[in-house]
Design a binder for this molecule. Structure first.
Ligand SMILES: Nc1ncnc2c1ncn2[C@@H]1O[C@H](COP(=O)(O)OP(=O)(O)OP(=O)(O)O)[C@@H](O)[C@H]1O
Ligand SMILES: [Mg+2]
Length: 244
């Protein structure tokens, strides 16, 4: 599903070129749940930006869901990305002038996913999945950082994408809420979605099927675990609410 070959990324800086990724080879299969870990500055967000097409690699090839990213024009990239993947950004990036439910509706409207008459119900459904049904009409500035983070997760789920990419999705959540989000991703993986989650939380990372460790722009370790038995009851709505 995600095939990265020899990816390098060199940032120009005032003090000269800075190599943030130094040759990444990584293959992730459909339905895999992969955690990406590593110290601050090791290149995790840069890697995500490359395979989501948000940024271009300096060298190497990224093929995602059968599409060679370099073949997509900027114009086509946004539609392709919106239809193929849901992204939870490290710093949420909710639109401040829209309510939470409007933020969740946006990717469906932009990519014309789901029938227009069904979009509101879909938005409320994914908000309920992250425990925010009661906060749908609030603005991002009117809720906590953890709630904004969960709204960003709901937005990523809205289009029902094949790939979910989450950069520190639990960084602002307490451990119970973090576990509930993890369980939501795990259920998505069990249902065939591909999940790539960056995290600083080693305990959470250890629960993923595979953990990829980055250091200084290189993959320095990979741990593959036996898949855990699927737990269908974890797919229920109001998952977070039932655990909070
Ligand atoms: N636009 C940029 N220009 C120059 N250097 C950059 C740029 N973006 C990132 N870097 C540098 O590249 C390296 C990797 O950054 P990146 O954001 O990928 O790290 P990260 O692993 O996501 O860190 P964190 O855990 O703090 O989010 C860092 O040293 C960072 O300072
Ligand atoms: Mg980062």
């Amino acid at each position: 599903m995600i095939d990265l070959q020899g990816i390098t990324k060199v940032y120009p800086t005032p003090t000269g070129p800075f190599p943030a990724l130094k040759g990444i080879d990584l293959q992730i299969q459909a339905g895999e749940f992969v955690a990406v870990v590593g110290k601050s500055g090791c290149g995790k967000s840069t890697l995500i930006n490359v395979f989501t097409g948000i940024d271009h690699p300096t060298d190497g090839e990224a093929i995602v869901a059968g599409t060679r990213l370099r073949d997509l024009s900027e114009g086509k990239m946004a539609q392709w990305r919106g239809r193929t993947m849901g992204i939870v950004f490290q710093f949420f990036q909710l639109l401040p002038t829209l309510t939470l439910v409007e933020n969740v509706l946006l990717p469906m409207d932009l990519c014309n996913i789901h029938l227009p008459a069904e979009r509101y119900d879909r938005a409320m459904h994914v908000l309920a999945q992250v425990g925010l049904a009661g906060d749908a009409r609030k603005f991002p500035s009117g809720v906590s950082g953890g709630q904004q983070q969960r709204a960003a997760i709901a937005r990523a789920l809205a289009n029902d994408p094949a790939i979910i990419v989450a950069d520190e999705p639990t960084g602002n959540l307490d451990s119970r809420a973090a576990e509930a989000i993890f369980a939501l991703f795990e259920a998505s993986a069990a249902a065939g979605k591909t999940i790539v989650m960056v995290t600083h939380d080693d305990e959470l990372a250890a629960l993923a099927q595979r953990t990829v460790t980055l250091a200084d722009g290189l993959i320095v370790n990979e741990v593959v675990r036996v898949p855990r038995p699927s737990q269908p009851n974890r797919c229920s709505d109001n998952l977070l609410e039932s655990r909070l």
